[in-house]
Design a binder for this molecule. Structure first.
Ligand code: 13P
Length: 296
């Protein structure tokens, strides 16, 4: 196995196998900027927690591309003396984005072919596995779209077809994202909840690998715990951290702290600090719920 020597990232392979054995889930937190990545890294380090940093194509574009994010994150790991395992993962990538992220030094990619005919999805997953070859880079595949909208990719929230899950899981993928009634973003009032029967069916046909639960925002704690019991090993969270950041920043501004010229409340390092602390608190809440603290 050739490890990714360019940067100090690990793949999800061992991390998620350990989670499956230990019956907990690893948090995948989407990053949006430097403050986000710093909040993710420091919270993971302070709690001895393995962590997956997820980057969507849109967030990559915003942050000047995969190379910028990979290099910045690697430098931050060194500067902050982070010793817990960190996965640098592409979230919902197209085929070309997966290749670009791998070339930029990512240790993990998700190919989202869920909106394509299954045969095309399957073929592209297989092709990407050949491109990865014997490098220690993990691959997440998706079957059955996740509801809601994420960076322009809109899904109807179909349930994954267990036969397709079984077929794709025979390829050496690391983890499978399967639609089980989950939705990206905030859940509507009339959301039916996770479909545990579907999750059970999927888990029973995918062998040793686990399931990724996308749309981690706003799922009640008891449903998260049940999902982990039924084979979820990775839970993606983005919107909840964004809302936590927004609320804390709003409070700072509404209290007029940005207008304090004596304390230089306008300094972005001060203006963004409450939001940064709020992201950290939200991540701590999630990794506590997911059971991954002290599992580094
Ligand atoms: P939320 O924004 O709903 O937390 O979903 C995040 C996600 O699934 C990223 O892939």
């Amino acid at each position: 196995m050739i490890t990714n020597t360019k940067y100090p990232f690990v793949s999800m392979t061992k991390m998620l196998a350990d989670a499956k054995k230990g019956k907990y889930a690893v948090a995948h937190i989407n990053t949006n900027n430097l403050e986000w990545t710093k909040a993710i890294l420091t919270t993971a380090q302070e709690t001895n927690t393995p962590i997956i940093i997820g980057l969507s194509e849109g967030a990559a574009k915003y942050q000047c591309g995969y190379k910028t994010v990979a290099a910045m994150t690697a430098a931050m790991i060194e500067n902050l003396k982070i010793t817990v395992p960190v996965v640098m993962h592409l979230d919902h990538g197209s085929y070309n984005a997966c290749i670009e992220a791998i070339e930029a030094g990512f240790s993990s990619v998700m190919f989202d072919g869920s909106h394509e005919p299954f045969a095309d999805n399957y073929k592209k997953v297989n092709d990407l596995l050949s491109i990865i070859g014997n490098r220690d880079i993990s691959l997440e595949a998706e079957v059955g779209t996740i509801g809601g909208e994420e960076d322009g990719i809109v899904g109807n929230g179909e349930l994954a077809d267990p036969a397709e899950c079984e077929k794709i899981a025979k390829l050496p993928i690391t983890v499978l994202a399967a639609g089980i009634g989950n939705i990206h973003g905030l859940y509507p009032e009339n959301w039916a909840g996770l479909n545990f029967e579907q999750l059970q069916k999927v888990s029973s046909v995918i062998g040793n690998i686990g399931v990724t639960l996308h749309g981690g925002t706003g799922i009640p704690d008891d449903q998260i715990k049940k999902a982990i019991e039924l084979g979820v090993v990775k839970i993606n969270v983005n919107t909840e951290c964004q809302v936590a950041f927004q609320e804390a920043t709003r409070k700072y501004v509404e209290e007029g702290k940005d207008l304090d010229t004596v304390k230089k409340g306008f300094d972005p390092r001060k203006l963004l600090k409450p939001g940064y602390e709020a992201i950290k608190a939200k991540i701590l809440e999630k990794i506590t719920l997911f059971g991954s603290i002290n599992k580094a």
